[in-house]
Design a protein around this ligand. Structure first.
Ligand SMILES: Nc1ncnc2c1ncn2[C@@H]1O[C@H](COP(=O)(O)OP(=O)(O)OP(=O)(O)O)[C@@H](O)[C@H]1O
Length: 455
C-alpha cells in the first residue's frame, strides 16, 4: 500500500515546460481531483507567476452533471484555483455516444485553453487507465496500438494534451487525497458494465499480475514505435519530394529500400496525406501494393490516393472522385482533409472548388523536369481554387503576399491527434508537403534544456 501523501508533485511534473501555464481537465473524480491538488502544489512552489486554470466539461448527459461541475468549482475556490465549466450543449448522437462525448470533451478543453491564451491541457489518465486501454486493444489485436496512450499528444496542431500521471496507480492517488482530507465524485458510468471499460476494470482488479504485464507490453511497444518513427522519418527525408502542390514523388530507390517495415509505414502515411484521410490505410493492402512496386509500372488507388508508378518515380496524388462540392470559404476549416483554409477579407460570392479542367491549360513549371505532364495535370485538377460566377480566380496558395483566401497543407493522419510516438515522421511529412511546422513539445523542451545544461 502506498504511503499517505507520498506523491512528490515536483518529480511528477519536472519534465514539463509549462510556459505561461496550463489547463487541468478536472471531472471531479479521484484521478483528476488529485491532479488538480498536485498541480496547485507544484505551481505554488515552482511557478508562482504561471497560470493554472481548472476546466470541467459538463456533458449534460446525466441529471447530476451540472451539480458535479459546481462541486469542482467550489473545491477550486477553496484551493484558490481559477475554474471554468464548459457545457456540451449540442444534440447528442444516438449511436457512438462515448466516442462523440470524448471528441467534444477534447474540443471544449482545447478551446478553453486557447481562449485563456494557453496551449497545454493536462488530463489525469493513470497507469490503471493505461492497462485497461492496452487490454482492450489486445482483444482487438491492434498491433502498434498496444503502446497505449502517449504521454503527450498534439491536438489540432496547436494544443498539447499531456498525461503526467500515466505512471501512477489510482489507489495511490486516492490515498493521497484522503491524506489531504479531500473526497471525490464517483461517476456511476464507471461502474456500468454495459460499457466495455468498466468490465475490463473489474477483470483487472482481480489480476495484479496481468496488470503489470499489460504495462510492460505498453512500454515495449512504445519503444518499438519510437524506433519505427525515427526510421520512417529518415526514409521520408531520403526518398520523398514534392514536385508541385498536391503531388508527392518517391524516388525509384524507395521500392527497394532495405528497411521494409519503415517503407511500408512511409507509404501508409503518405497515401493518407495525399488523400486527406485521417486513418492510415490497411497495412496488409499497402504491403501488397509495395510488393507489386518493383516491376516499375502500374497504378492503384488507396486512401483516395492514386499511386502512379512510372520510371521517374512513384507519384502519389488525390484521386479525382469524391472531391468537395463548391463551398464558401470558412476560416479555419479543413478542405478535403488536405488543406486548412484561412480567409481575411470579405469574399462574398466566391467559392472554393477543385481547379478541375482549368489544369489542362496550366503550363507545367520547367522545374518539374521528370514529372510526366499528365501526372502533374491530374494532381493539379484536384487542388483547391477560388471561383466566382463560374470563373476561376486562381489556385489557392499557402499565403505568401497575404492573399484573401489561403490553403495551407496539413498532414491528414496527424492533423487532429498527433501522438508523441509519431512526432518525427509527422515533422518530416509536414516539411515535405509544406504544412505548418510542429510546435516543440513541452516534454522535449525540458529534456533539451537539461541536456544542454549537462553539456
Ligand atoms: N467531464 C470532464 N471534465 C473535465 N475533464 C475530464 C472530464 N472527463 C474526463 N476528463 C479528463 O480526462 C481524464 C480521463 O477521463 P476518463 O478516463 O473518464 O476518460 P476517457 O474517456 O477514458 O479518456 P480518453 O477518452 O481520453 O481515453 C480525466 O482524468 C480528466 O482529466
Amino acid at each position: 500500500m502506498p504511503e499517505a501523501g507520498s506523491l512528490p508533485a515536483a518529480s511528477l511534473f519536472s519534465q514539463i515546460d509549462f510556459g505561461q501555464g496550463a489547463v487541468a481537465a478536472v471531472s471531479g473524480g479521484s484521478d483528476s481531483t488529485a491532479l488538480l491538488v498536485l498541480l496547485k502544489d507544484h505551481f505554488d512552489r515552482f511557478l508562482p507567476s504561471a497560470r493554472l486554470l481548472a476546466v470541467t466539461v459538463d456533458h449534460a448527459l446525466r441529471p447530476a452533471s451540472a451539480e458535479e461541475a459546481q462541486a469542482v468549482a467550489r473545491l477550486c475556490a477553496r484551493l484558490g484555483v481559477a475554474h471554468r465549466t464548459v457545457v456540451w450543449g449540442e444534440p447528442k448522437p444516438s449511436v457512438g455516444l462515448p466516442a462523440a462525448a470524448r471528441e467534444a470533451r477534447y474540443r471544449l478543453l482545447a478551446d478553453a485553453a486557447r481562449s485563456a491564451g494557453l496551449n497545454i491541457v493536462l488530463t489525469a489518465h493513470t497507469a490503471d487507465d493505461q492497462a485497461e486501454t492496452v487490454f482492450m486493444r489486445q482483444a482487438r489485436q491492434e498491433g502498434r496500438g498496444l503502446a497505449g496512450m502517449a504521454p503527450a499528444t498534439l491536438y489540432d496542431g496547436n494544443v498539447w494534451l499531456l498525461r503526467p500521471l500515466l505512471g501512477e496507480r489510482r489507489s495511490a492517488l486516492r490515498v493521497f487525497l484522503t491524506s489531504r482530507g479531500l473526497g471525490w465524485i464517483d461517476d456511476p458510468t464507471n461502474l456500468d458494465i454495459a460499457f466495455e471499460r468498466p468490465r475490463v476494470r473489474a477483470t483487472l482488479a482481480e489480476d495484479e499480475g496481468r496488470f503489470e504485464d499489460l504495462l510492460a507490453v505498453a512500454a515495449a511497444v512504445g519503444r518499438e514505435r519510437e524506433d519505427l518513427d525515427r526510421r520512417t522519418a529518415i526514409l521520408v527525408e531520403r526518398h520523398a519530394t514534392r514536385p508541385a502542390r498536391g503531388l508527392i514523388r518517391l524516388d525509384p530507390a524507395f521500392a527497394v529500400d532495405t528497411d521494409r517495415e519503415a517503407a511500408l509505414h512511409v507509404l501508409r502515411i503518405l497515401l493518407a496525406t495525399a488523400g486527406g484521410t485521417s486513418f492510415l490505410p490497411d497495412e496488409g493492402r499497402v504491403a501488397e501494393l509495395y510488393a507489386a512496386l518493383s516491376p516499375g509500372k502500374g497504378r492503384a488507388t488507396l486512401s483516395r490516393t492514386v499511386m502512379d508508378v512510372r520510371r521517374a518515380g512513384i507519384f502519389l496524388y488525390r484521386e479525382a472522385r469524391g472531391l468537395p462540392e463548391p463551398s464558401s470559404p470558412v476560416d479555419g476549416s479543413l478542405w478535403d482533409g488536405r488543406y486548412r483554409i484561412t480567409f481575411r477579407d470579405d469574399v462574398s460570392g466566391s467559392v472554393i472548388a477543385p481547379f478541375g479542367r482549368q489544369a489542362h491549360s496550366t503550363v507545367a513549371d520547367p522545374e518539374l523536369a521528370g514529372v510526366p505532364e499528365s501526372v502533374f495535370r491530374t494532381a493539379c485538377a484536384a487542388e483547391p481554387a477560388l471561383w466566382r460566377n463560374n470563373s476561376c480566380l486562381g489556385l489557392l496558395k499557402s499565403g505568401k503576399g497575404s492573399p484573401t483566401v489561403t490553403a495551407v497543407p496539413v498532414v491528414a493522419p496527424f492533423a487532429h491527434f498527433l501522438p508523441a510516438f509519431d512526432l518525427r515522421v509527422a515533422g518530416a511529412a509536414s516539411a515535405l508537403v509544406g504544412a505548418s511546422s510542429i510546435p516543440i513539445s513541452p516534454l522535449s523542451l525540458r529534456k533539451n534544456v537539461k541536456a544542454s545544461a549537462n553539456a
